[in-house]
Design a binder for this molecule. Structure first.
Ligand SMILES: Nc1ncnc2c1ncn2[C@@H]1O[C@H](COP(=O)(O)OP(=O)(O)OP(=O)(O)O)[C@@H](O)[C@H]1O
Length: 749
């Protein structure tokens, strides 16, 4: 089925005069065939409505004696009310919508020709445009469907509404301050172009719709121009998605109602810079639309859809379902060339075929094989309407006029060269019927030369003899357009660059963080390795093993490290099978846990006792195998007897300290010091006087080993090992008496 194209001529506005009317509408010499089926079904009224006047006639701008005529599916003159247009063109599409077909309705035309009036309309009931009437029809049909099915079928209506302003998509359901510079992105989804991140609002009644629609329209970009006090500066697209759920299937279809911005001649609009930029963007997208239409009808390989967001979304000729184009035209001379250009585009659009394919329903229950799985996704082939040859040429066109045109090149539209006819002024009515007629004024019509020029896309092919002045004007217009387009692209390029910079900056930061993170992790791993080596060098194999194991996650694929760990494990296992009795016999005080645990059991260890313990330690160290691996060596802290004896009597503090060593009574200072050590918190311990990070770590490691060994060898829920005295503290690995003194002296209580 081809795109249905209907023309609507608007009435004269207050500032326009009857004398300037140049358009004529009239019945085609070859009326469109009335659908036999609809007659049979008794729908004669609709058939009559649609079989109305279907030709628009416009004089040749260069020779007023000649007239071009364009035939459309229907033509609605100035007297046609909103209701009539809706009943004839839009109401019939609603039933298709409910059968699962998508419907696209769009208004096309020059600025100020009545597109918004047609689509949105006025506030009064009679003035309501196509969109509110469409919604009203949808709700009425939904209620009926739900009622007829006794509530088994439900219909949900959801709305989306967005505009394309300066080739950026903005959600009209969102307030303008939420807009981003780049607008919303488009994506291709199964052959359809979708806007990503668009708000979809469920809407249950016409009243709710009116509220939403009015609110959203306040967000639309409109401005006053010289040609239209409320000119739309954007293309507005309303999507009405209906979801019909019956017990066995769900059908989704969408009606898209599009109010395109109108093309404008900037010499007539006297637009300022901002309006110029908008205008250039509007003109560019409409120019691309015209190019798409031309490319489709000429069966060209490449259709430039992607050159503008509007053409991408409209996807004329690629969208399934039904498409109705309403061409809005102004009847007056000041629009002469623009009207001619619009008529040309619309005339070509008629030849575009649209596949009448309904959306696939979603079945409930077990999955059914899709009837044509490839069809839903594949795009339809583009082809011109084959039966549309010379559609504008009325069958009864005068033969002599054909002969007369023999020598001329073929025209895309028919030309009547009969005598100038009386202008059907009665057809072009002003909206305000009470307005006094100006027909008595001096006939200025002829003196008013059209100031606008044709764009290169829409110059009729017969215009071989265009005057130099006209060419100059065309060139001037084109240059202006190109400059404005450049301004738009420069603006968007700068935006892109800014966004790119932001993105790059963010990525750089992330990268830095990652590198820093990995470097930190590597440094940590290396420090574990270093500590492991130090432990190993000291013969503390189990500590070394622990450090190697801690290093392993930082070097996950390091075979050497894995090998070291397994060797150490083996050695430790071998050693753990050594008889422990030897130790027990050496020092009955220590029991089987070695010196530290014996210290734990003897918190009041004296220096003498300590020395005895040291002797045992030395003995044990001597019993360690060559490889330094021993079951107890890692548990037994080394002593620094020399340092202990040397530093104990240095001052009063030392004396107090010595007392504590000897009698085990703990001062608040010592209790505090021990609580810090027992906290096993490296960050706290390293702050103690004379203790750096390494020493703090060594202390914590030593305590952890004690915990581990205690829990492994004694009882699993053994409480953590606690250092109970200064003496005990001084026996820890890396801590001598001197260190204990320092630590204690530094503690403030
Ligand atoms: N059929 C009509 N009956 C009465 N008034 C009309 C009709 N069509 C258009 N008008 C009037 O013409 C003027 C311009 O119409 P409108 O704003 O709809 O044009 P437009 O094509 O949407 O313009 P733009 O592209 O600049 O947005 C308005 O004042 C509108 O009320």
């Amino acid at each position: 089925m081809s795109v249905r194209v209907v023309a609507r001529v608007r009435p004269l506005l207050k500032a326009e005069r009857d004398l300037d009317v140049i358009l004529r509408t009239g019945a085609s010499a070859a009326p469109a065939p009335v659908d036999a089926k609809s007659q049979e079904s008794g729908d004669r009224k609709l058939a009559a409505l649609r079989d109305r006047d279907n030709v628009v006639r416009i004089p040749n701008p260069k020779n007023e004696g000649e007239e071009y005529s364009f035939q459309f599916n229907a033509v609605y003159d100035a007297e046609v009310a909103q209701q009539e247009l809706f009943d004839a063109e839009v109401a019939p599409t609603i039933k298709h919508l409910f059968k699962g077909f998508d419907v696209t309705l769009f208004a096309y035309g020059v600025t100020g020709t009545g597109k918004t009036h047609t689509m949105r309309g006025g506030k009064s009931l009679a003035d309501r445009g196509v969109i509110p009437r469409l919604l009203s029809g949808i709700y009425r049909r939904s209620r009926k469907m739900e009622k007829d099915s006794n509530g088994e079928t439900t219909v949900q209506v959801a709305l989306s509404y967005y505009e394309i302003y300066n080739d950026k998509v903005h959600d009209l359901f969102e307030p303008p301050e939420k807009r981003t510079l780049a607008g919303l992105p488009l994506r291709d989804n199964g052959g359809k172009t979708v806007v990503v991140g668009l708000t979809e609002k469920a809407c249950t009644s016409l009243k709710e719709f009116e509220g939403l629609y009015d609110q959203a329209n306040n967000n639309r970009s409109t401005s006053a121009t010289k040609l239209n006090a409320h000119s739309s500066r954007s293309h507005a697209i309303l999507g009405v998605k209906i979801t019909i759920r019956s017990p066995d299937q769900t059908r989704v279809s969408t009606a898209s109602a599009i109010d395109l911005a109108g093309s404008e001649d900037n010499r007539r609009t006297e637009n300022d810079k901002e309006r110029m930029v908008e205008s250039a963007s509007i003109n560019k997208s409409l120019f691309v639309l015209a190019q798409c239409v031309e490319a489709i009808t000429k069966k060209q390989h490449r259709i430039p859809y992607r050159e503008s967001k509007m053409t991408r979304i409209l996807s004329l000729g690629q969208n399934n379902g039904l498409t109705v184009m309403i061409l809005n035209v102004a009847p007056v001379r000041s629009y002469h060339l623009d009207t001619l250009s619009s008529l040309n585009v619309a005339n070509r659009t008629r030849k575009i075929e649209v596949r009448e394919i309904e959306n696939d329903p979603i079945f409930k229950g077990p999955a059914r094989p899709a009837p044509r799985p490839s069809m839903a996704a594949s795009r339809q082939p583009l082809r011109p309407l084959t039966a549309s040859v010379n559609v504008n040429m009325p069958a009864a066109a005068p033969k002599d006029s054909e002969k007369k045109d023999d020598a001329k090149p073929m025209k895309a539209f028919s030309v009547f060269s009969d005598r100038p006819q009386a202008k059907p002024v009665t057809q072009i009515r002003r909206p305000d019927a009470k307005r006094p007629s100006l027909s008595g004024e001096a006939p200025l019509a002829r003196s008013l030369k059209p100031r606008q020029t044709l764009g290169p896309s829409n110059i009729p092919s017969s215009h071989a003899d265009i005057s130099a002045a006209r060419i100059e004007a065309m060139v001037e217009k084109k240059v202006e357009e190109i400059l404005a387009v450049r301004a738009v692209s420069e603006q968007s390029r700068q935006t892109q660059v800014r966004e790119l910079n932001d993105q790059l900056q963010r990525r750089l930061e992330l990268l830095e963080q990652r590198i820093e993170g990995s470097e930190d992790a590597r440094a940590e791993g290396l420090s574990y390795l270093l500590m492991a080596k130090q432990h190993q060098a000291r013969g503390e194999s189990s500590s070394a093993l622990r450090m190697y194991q801690l290093a392993l996650p930082h070097f996950p694929n390091n075979e050497k490290l894995a090998r070291k760990i397994s060797i150490l494990k083996e050695r430790l296992q071998e050693k753990s099978s050594y008889p422990r009795q030897s130790l027990a016999t050496v020092s009955p005080n220590k029991g089987k846990f070695g010196s530290m645990l014996s210290l734990k059991k003897e918190p009041t260890l004296t220096l003498l006792g300590k020395r005895q313990a040291d002797d045992v330690n030395d003995y044990q160290m001597n019993n360690v195998g060559d490889d330094g691996v021993s079951s107890d060596d890692d548990i037994l802290p080394r002593q620094n007897k020399k340092r202990a004896t040397k530093g104990l009597h240095q001052n009063d503090e030392d004396v107090e300290c010595l007392d504590e060593y000897e009698n085990g009574s703990l001062s608040p200072r010592t209790i505090h010091l021990l609580s810090i050590v027992n906290s096993r918190d490296v960050s706290q311990i390293k702050l103690l006087k004379g203790v750096g990070v390494k020493k703090a770590e060594a202390i914590v490691d030593c305590l952890c080993e004690m915990d581990q060994t205690s829990s492994e060898d004694v009882v699993s829920d053994q409480p953590l090992f606690q250092v109970g005295s200064l003496a005990q503290l001084s026996t820890l690995k890396g801590v001598g008496v001197r260190t204990v003194e320092n630590m204690r002296n530094g503690v403030l209580v």
